[in-house]
Unconditional design. Structure first.
Length: 332
């Protein structure tokens, strides 16, 4: 999110006060204080995290964690903050994009940079389709770009898909649909074969988290009013809702691969785990408390035994989902 100050961002997300230092309190040297999204590798052995803010004076980094030991295998420094990361389906490479407008491809085992795409504007979200034929990026300008893989040729650009930044995005598991959530209080669903807009869901405030169910038939959304809403992908009708978090925005939503669990992250500093055996009526299983500031990303491991969460407290936590307790954590 490329905003002038943390105060403006806090207001847009529904935060009254943040515990993070204000820009005036930051040291002159570069810092990478904010963490946005974690992503487990396809084999569940590694975790990627995106670090850094929109501030031009701050640097960024991508960290690759060994999930078992909790140790960082590699830290890749960036000149600007990194907002989003994504694994290739086989885990052989990953991509990272952020406020510098550069999308970079890295080899997993060596950390070597393989390719670079220059977008010219901030990159807010990155996803690679499960069949590894397409890569989608969303931007602070409100645009969406679709690239062919492995050529990295741009196939399509949705110019002005949102009025303002696109804060959240999700690809359907079958790779045919794209959902985007934005500053303009709308969630939109696009057909990636015809490039047509299929649905437009208006919300009462800014939207962030979006997630397709594993069966591609439901879309779940998170909003600044703290509600998780459920929409039928085929009809576009809302089929359910639940109070997701106590206050403010729901920043991220992620399903487990088996479709039995949903994880949500919120600015109320909590992570919540939901039983979604009935998708239209999610039931709260557990509330995980370990962050000192807003949580801005969650991920469930492929085996659904672990959950990773990150936030603006510059902390990474990996939770044991069976025990409901912390497995390991890191803080700068």
């Amino acid at each position: 999110m490329r905003l002038a100050t943390r105060t403006i961002l806090a207001l847009s997300l529904g935060i009254v006060a943040l515990s993070a230092p204000s820009p005036a309190e930051e040291p002159a040297d570069k810092v990478v204080r904010l963490i946005w999204f974690p992503r487990f590798s396809p084999d569940g052995q590694r975790l990627l995290t995106a670090h850094g803010s929109w501030e031009t004076k701050e640097g960024g980094e991508v960290r690759i964690w060994n999930v078992k030991t909790g140790k960082a295998e590699r830290t890749i420094s960036q000149e600007r903050g990194i907002r989003s990361v994504a694994w290739s389906p086989k885990g052989k490479y990953f991509v990272a994009g952020g406020y510098g407008g550069k999308l970079r491809f890295y080899e997993t085992e060596t950390g070597k940079q393989l390719h670079e795409i220059s977008a010219g504007v901030s990159i807010e979200g990155v996803r690679i389709s499960d069949d590894e034929t397409r890569l989608v990026t969303t931007h602070g300008s409100g645009d969406i770009r679709v690239f062919e893989l492995p050529s990295r040729k741009q196939l399509h650009q949705f110019k002005g898909a949102h009025k303002g930044g696109i804060w959240g995005m999700a690809l359907s598991p079958n790779g045919k649909l794209l959902a985007t959530a934005g500053q303009d209080a709308h969630v939109r669903v696009f057909d990636l074969e015809s490039y047509n807009l299929l649905h437009e869901f208006q919300h009462p405030g800014e939207t962030n988290g979006v997630a397709f169910s594993p069966e591609n038939d439901r879309l779940l959304t998170g909003c600044t009013d703290g509600l998780i809403r459920v929409f039928d992908v085929g009809t576009g009708k809302q089929t359910g809702s639940v109070k997701g978090h106590d206050r403010g925005s729901i920043t991220d939503l992620q399903f487990s691969e088996d479709g039995k669990l949903l994880a949500s992250a919120g600015i109320d500093t909590t992570v919540r785990v939901w039983d979604v055996s009935n998708l239209d009526k999610p039931k709260l299983k557990e509330t995980l408390r370990g962050h000192d500031n807003l949580v801005f990303g969650v991920a469930i491991s492929p085996k659904a035994d672990l959950l990773a969460s990150v936030g603006w407290d510059d902390k990474v936590i990996v939770w044991d989902l069976q025990k409901g307790e912390e497995r390991w954590s890191w803080k700068r």
